[in-house]
Design a protein around this ligand. Structure first.
Ligand SMILES: [Zn+2]
Length: 288
């Protein structure tokens, strides 16, 4: 089974996770930029983070045979912090980099005017750089948040097929399907969608434009949720080809719109700027 997790925050995860993901079939990921769980204090710290998503994290992933791409953006939550918004002026030069396959995650958190501005600006950047956009839908007041998102998308130059609406559930999927955008479901251990509910949505709405992700991060989450959905699909009578479509071909088709998806894995150096993921020299085999 081959799996592409189109939304996972690997910088927050360990090498054990990479190892378990690869063993479960995960061969490719997209890591969208997001907030750190605590506020950033300046725009400059975004640049170190973006550099890490462009260099160090793909290097780490490659050690486990996983192709790593990223989506870059000012996240919805920090769009409200004037210490962070200057990063919007830095984004264009980052969006030109090879490993960037989307602008994201953008969208609404608390539906503020500052979030309007950041979203409109970044949708325009996506259009200008020929990139699709990964759009987060808010966790509170989901229906109103989706309506405002769709209104903003309608005003942008970005075609619906170049947009994925993320963190959908049963209350928002129908409206999202009508919009012509791609639809993504984040499967979490306690909140958002679980495997069973996700499979029920796929049964009802079909597999066209559907994506499934773990959205695993520094919070309680599970980087193997993509595999668990695949298994739940098979248990529910979907075929292996159906699973391959949702967990591989769909995300490949979506991010291939960037023209930058490279699933063979870019060659990685033996060490990254002199550093490796080895902590010290490996122990000598016994008996030498
Ligand atoms: Zn996320």
């Amino acid at each position: 089974m081959r799996i592409f997790d189109p939304h996972i925050h690997m910088s927050s995860r360990t090498t054990d996770d990479y190892e378990r993901m690869r063993a479960a079939g995960v061969a490719a990921v997209v890591e969208p930029s997001f907030w750190l769980g605590q506020p950033r204090t300046s725009a400059a710290t975004f640049l170190d983070y973006f550099d890490s998503l462009l260099g160090w994290e793909p290097y780490r992933a490659a050690q486990y045979g996983i192709a790593h791409h990223c989506a870059l953006a000012l996240n919805p939550k920090e769009a409200n912090d004037p210490r962070c918004t200057p990063v919007l002026a830095e984004l264009p030069r980052y969006l030109d980099k090879d490993n960037v396959v989307a602008v994201g995650e953008v969208g609404y958190d608390s539906l503020t005017p500052a979030e309007d501005t950041a979203l409109a600006t970044q949708l325009e950047l996506a259009a200008r750089h020929g990139l699709p956009a990964l759009v987060h839908t808010p966790h509170r007041d989901k229906a109103a948040g989706l309506e405002r998102t769709l209104a903003m998308l309608a005003e942008s130059e970005l075609a619906p097929e170049r947009v994925v609406l993320d963190h959908l559930n049963e209350t928002t999927v129908e409206r999202a399907a009508d919009s012509g955008c791609w639809m993504a479901f984040s499967v979490y251990p306690d909140t958002k969608m679980d495997e069973r509910r996700t499979v029920a949505v796929l049964r009802r709405f079909g597999l066209d434009r559907m994506l499934v992700n773990s959205a695993a991060d520094w919070g309680r989450s599970d980087p193997l949720k993509t595999r668990r959905v695949a298994d739940a699909m098979l248990d529910a009578g979907f075929t292996e080809d159906d699973v391959d479509r949702v967990l591989w071909r769909n995300p490949v088709a979506f991010f291939a719109q960037s023209g930058r998806l490279d699933l063979d894995g870019r060659p990685q150096p033996e060490s990254y700027e002199g550093n490796s993921i080895l902590r010290g020299t490996p122990a000598e085999p016994a008996g030498r």
